[in-house]
Design a protein. Sequence first.
Length: 459
Amino acid sequence: MTLDCSAIRAAAEGYRADMVRFLREMISHPSESCEEKEVVACIKAEMEKLGYDRVEVDGLGNVIGWMGEGEKIIAIDAHVDTVGIGNRDNWTADPYEGYETDEIIYGRGGSDQEGGMASAVYGVRIMKDLGLIPEGYKIMVVGSVQEEDCDGMCWQYIVNKDGIRPEFVISTEPTDGGIYRGQRGRMEIRVDVRGVSCHGSAPERGDNAIYKMADILRDIRALNNNGCDDSTAIRGLVRMLDPKYNPEHWEDARFLGRGTCTVSQIYFTSPSRCAVADSCAISVDRRMTAGETWESCLDEIRNLPAVKKYGEDVQVSMYMYDRPSWTGEVYETEAYFPTWINRESAAHVKALVDAHVALFGEKRIGAPSSMSTREGRPLTDKWTFSTNGVAIQGRYGIPCVGFGPGAESQAHAPNEITWKQDLVTCAALYAAAIHLYPEEEQTGDATQFRAGRTNNDIK
């Protein structure tokens, strides 16, 4: 397909100031998960001002803008919730007012990931301006909610409740100048330990749940840190990079990176500060690489020596999520987020790569201050963290690929920034890539690896 690259680049540059203003407006509305009402209204108003054919807010609170009249759908997704700011003393300026320089925009959500929303909204406007919407298609721009709380749940709602299933989705999560075709999955695991309380003056009369948990904590730490040779009592998660332990998927695991686990929260109950604790619980953040399943992740904790030692006093389970959205809607789902990888040759991945090469060349680009983390890295790569792709492709097999402004290193960090040049670059690439999407080259399955679903019937 012919593509006027100079016209696309000029159009994106022409919208630079508008994208910067729009992003700063979004940042000015604090929008932690389940509190996105104001930022959704801001996005809806911007889409309407730009002449989107239709703008709506669904029952969960996702804002969706439509451009084009075809029957087939290509979507661009940006989650519009953010994490909190943490310790305010760690910020050098107001995280919701911030500032801008010639190069950067400062504030919570700039990279993670309202910058992606700004580029998507204007990228599709460029498509309209230049007549780049493919015949027979309409473009769906999604400002999704609650991703930080429960990644992908917003897209479970879109697929199952709204009844929308795009042909493919571009995720605008930050990619530090790269095109990303996969990510590790994750689970939120809970371990509960029972004990028996007694007076603290005679602790031998009780059964201290915290002491039991201390043994389990050591084993979980070993599971993450240990190697995997035969003499190791607890073989570490690094084993999945070894063909011996992961014969079918070790190459995919090496592409994504090894799985990890870490204890993220701890709870206890006790009658008082002068009593033995009668229960203790922890949350485990488990990142999953190719070849690991939700069942294998639960079983490896159940089979830890300390867990087996305490037998029926220990319960290992997966969290469920049921927090109401800002609209009051509840969509209950499990805290399991499947791993996925696309084939590098897949049509939707190829479209983004071809667009990048045509517009900007074969190497990652960016503002000068962003290039220290970009130079020398492959153009096509993967995320370290998790995205809505866990549902889009991980659960449903809808092809997904990522290219977004900002950097993963800025996500959840104090003094978060994003780069103005990234907003322009991404808007241009979205407009070009969708036009270059080679529908005739589609294959039956773009997926290289997908962990799939659990046995829970989540609708």
